[in-house]
Ligand binder design. Structure first.
Ligand code: SN0
Length: 331
């Protein structure tokens, strides 16, 4: 494995989830695998869980880790090809990413969307430029459109807790005070599509996600109807995709509380964190025994460890890329 940016970068989601759960049962089994290898974690946006869990994962494998908040501590980066750099952008991404590739064996990158320019965000122009110019394996730490390490940890948590072969999983839109990326919701959808679950998405009109990510999901606009018989309810806010980056007004109350959970099958609630308490989810639910948010956060370590282990064990220098990866990088 050279890249981990989407569920489509791996052969089997089911197999990777099982590997991550095995690692969780014996986290130090592979603690020599990463000897003398360096992971560079590059952040263009804030992070708590992703940064710390990925560092711990790398340490558990015996790797060295360096971290840089490139947006705050680095030179202002230029991303446009052919730019005449006579303004306040100091260094081109081509040069910066190439240097990082010489220092690191694997790079992790966090790059949020602008939420201003749909085409640019959904082309993943920042992630792709890093992939193209750093030349080493790259892991997405949440890109403009996806958050695969989060989804892998979420899927692990569902595997640990499910009581039936094919649970009903509901992704339920939540209110928020500001426009957020669609990345967590897109990513959770494409992972649920890849697994044996009954997957339902519920959100107010105007908050439809890009269909590429949701193809096999059932969409229900009525939250109560969607929650009926649910085994897992994943709560998350996102801004509009169609009217890109806007937050169309919503009349009904979409905050998930204990009362709304009555129609579910004693469902567990999930959220990737950070959560706006009593805006997205009520305190009573977050602090109750049905909440899996801490387990999801804990599983972030083993999700990252499974991905790093796969990369370290692969012949990524000679590995043939998939057709999609080649097209993306050469575009
Ligand atoms: C990010 C998101 O993509 O929704 C990261 C989630 C892992 N969340 C936020 O940016 C929350 C910001 C806020 O003000 O609540």
């Amino acid at each position: 494995m050279k890249y981990f940016t989407t569920v489509h970068d791996i052969k089997s989601a089911d197999a990777l989830i099982k590997q991550a759960l095995e690692i969780k049962s014996d986290p130090f089994l592979w603690n020599k695998l990463g000897r003398n290898k360096t992971l560079g974690l590059i952040f263009l946006n804030p992070s708590l869980r992703t940064r710390l869990s990925t560092q711990i994962a790398a340490q558990n494998l015996g790797m060295n880790v360096i971290v840089m908040n490139i947006d705050k501590e680095g030179w202002a980066l230029e991303f446009e090809d052919g730019a005449v750099m006579n303004g306040n952008k100091v260094e081109h991404i081509k040069d910066a990413a190439a240097v990082l590739g010489t220092y690191c064996d694997i790079i992790g990158l966090r790059s949020f969307p602008s939420l201003q320019n749909k085409e640019q965000d959904y082309s993943e122009h920042i992630l792709l430029q890093f992939m193209k110019h750093c030349k080493v394996p790259l892991i997405s730490l949440e890109s403009a459109t996806l958050h695969p390490l989060q989804s892998l940890a979420d899927a692990m948590t569902i595997y640990e807790k499910k009581k039936k072969q094919r649970p009903k999983v509901v992704l339920s839109w939540a209110p928020h005070i500001k426009p957020l990326p669609q990345a967590v919701a897109n990513s959770f959808s494409e992972w649920m599509n890849a697994l044996d679950v009954e997957f339902v998405i519920t959100h107010p009109e105007g908050y439809e996600l890009k269909e590429d990510f949701t193809v096999n999901a059932t969409r229900v606009y009525n939250q109560e109807e969607a929650l009926h018989n649910a085994d897992f309810v994943y709560v998350k806010n996102w801004s509009a995709y169609n009217e890109y980056g806007t937050i169309p007004p919503v009349k009904e109350n979409w905050l998930l509380d204990q009362n709304k959970m009555r129609v579910t099958n004693n469902a567990h609630i999930m959220h990737c964190l950070p959560v706006r308490r009593n805006v997205e989810l009520s305190d009573e639910l977050l602090d109750s025994s049905v909440s899996l948010v801490q387990q999801q956060a804990e599983n972030r370590v083993y999700a990252a460890q499974a991905v790093l282990k796969n990369i370290l064990q692969s012949n990524y220098r000679t590995e043939k890329l998939t057709e999609v990866q080649t097209q993306l990088i050469e575009a």
